[in-house]
Design a protein around this ligand. Structure first.
Ligand code: RB5
Length: 148
């Protein structure tokens, strides 16, 4: 898969580890930064970069890491067509794919070890979207009108 990855300083270490493991598995990874854990940076910068690449189709998926996963998730979900999910467990990652067709995975670099983050990422990459009734619901996410 072609995957864009980004992180702030709070997610840098986990992002570096994920990029290395993804490339070792043969994925093409575009790393949009940040390039160090030492300098404090703003997570929306990196979340917008990755989400824009997913929304445009330039990449298949995105992986974002900040301290909690929350800030990058909120930011990425502002992009139409992006379905970002902050997943703290492998089960959440599996359900985010099966039912929600999540195309951006968000992770908490200060909450997860590198091995835990990788276990979550592996399941998220391997799990297909179930489709069926879930396709209608996913389509409704992007509907313009207010629910009646
Ligand atoms: C940075 O200190 C921290 O706020 C950020 O990494 C993230 O957790 C925000 O949601």
């Amino acid at each position: 898969m072609k995957i864009a990855s980004g992180a702030d300083h709070g997610g840098y270490a986990v992002k570096q580890d994920l990029v290395r493991r993804l490339r070792a598995q043969g994925h093409e990874v575009i790393d949009v930064g940040t390039a160090s854990a030492e300098t404090s940076v703003d997570y929306p910068t990196f979340a917008h970069r990755v989400a824009a690449m997913v929304a445009s189709g330039e990449v298949d998926r995105g992986v974002l890491v900040c301290g909690t996963g929350l800030g990058v998730c909120m930011t990425a979900n502002r992009h139409r067509g992006v379905r970002a999910a902050d997943c703290l467990t492998p089960h959440l990652a599996e359900m985010a794919r099966r039912h929600n067709d999540a195309n951006v995975l968000c992770l908490g670099g200060r909450l997860l070890s590198e091995d835990e983050a990788w276990a979550i990422t592996e399941i998220w990459l391997a799990t297909p979207f179930e489709g069926g009734r879930h396709s209608r619901r996913v389509d409704l996410i992007d509907e313009e009108s207010e629910p009646s």
